[in-house]
Design a protein around this ligand. Structure first.
Ligand code: ATP
Length: 217
């Protein structure tokens, strides 16, 4: 394991409007479980048919930077924010694959809620040809899939072997035992709108940035 541990890297996509401890803490625990040395946070450019973020791209990017300063596990990649077009995970993964080659193990991290809706993502069938999926638990979301077909798909790809994640480039789904944080960006935005405190829900530097820029109120 130690010989291959540094090879697996992971991407973590999302709106991050704003980034909060429900994003960061489960992923820190996941990283320990599967020996991830680096997680690249990639804020996305939201497709027009979805609810648009309240904070603009630059603000969401800055909040991620503030949240991960001094934490060597995380780095930021703002390539999706640089594009004019909406972000489709599959296209970003294809781009990354062409950069790192076919053999490098690559993972994409999602929360349990995202796994449950994954089959609605653009070209979802292609995702596992490009990466593994690492899934963090999230309170309130079922551990089983919505339909027998979806469950079959999960069963066919699920692994409990960390070795497999490191030794194969893509194709596996790993359901991690991560601590549950009942936090969502939606709930934080609502609390801020009502001028309720959020200081235990997100890093202090992010809370301060939100205050300074009068975001979400
Ligand atoms: P919103 O409330 O605006 O929909 P969110 O809090 O769900 O946002 P996103 O930026 O949409 O956050 O999520 C990015 C990724 O983080 C997704 O894969 C999501 O499943 C995961 N995630 C977000 N919050 C949690 C949490 N509390 N526990 C585990 N995973 C989470």
């Amino acid at each position: 394991m130690a010989k291959t541990a540094s090879r697996l890297t992971a991407l973590y996509g999302g709106t991050f409007d704003p980034i909060h401890y429900g994003h960061l803490k489960p992923v820190e625990a996941l990283a320990k479980q599967v020996a991830l040395h680096q997680v690249t946070i990639m804020p996305n450019n939201v497709p027009p048919h979805r609810a648009q973020p309240l904070a603009n791209s630059e603000q969401r990017k800055t909040m991620v930077e503030l949240a991960i300063t001094g934490n060597a596990l995380f780095k930021l990649d703002d390539r999706e924010l640089q594009r004019e077009t909406p972000s489709y995970t599959v296209e970003t993964l294809e781009q990354l694959r062409s950069e790192i080659g076919a053999e490098q193990p690559l993972a994409f991290i999602v929360g349990q809620d995202s796994l449950l809706s994954l089959q609605r993502w653009y070209r979802w069938e292609t995702l596992l040809t490009l990466c593994h999926l690492l899934v963090c638990q999230r309170p309130g979301y079922s551990l089983s899939m919505n339909t027998p077909e979806e469950q079959q798909w999960l069963d066919a790809h699920q692994t409990t072997s960390v070795e497999e994640l490191h030794n194969q480039p893509a194709g596996k789904i790993y359901l991690a035992q991560t601590p549950m944080y009942d936090i969502s960006a939606t709930a934080i935005r609502r609390r801020l709108e009502q001028h309720l405190p959020c200081d235990d829900l997100l890093p202090a530097a992010v809370a301060e940035f939100i205050r300074q820029h009068h975001l979400y109120c």
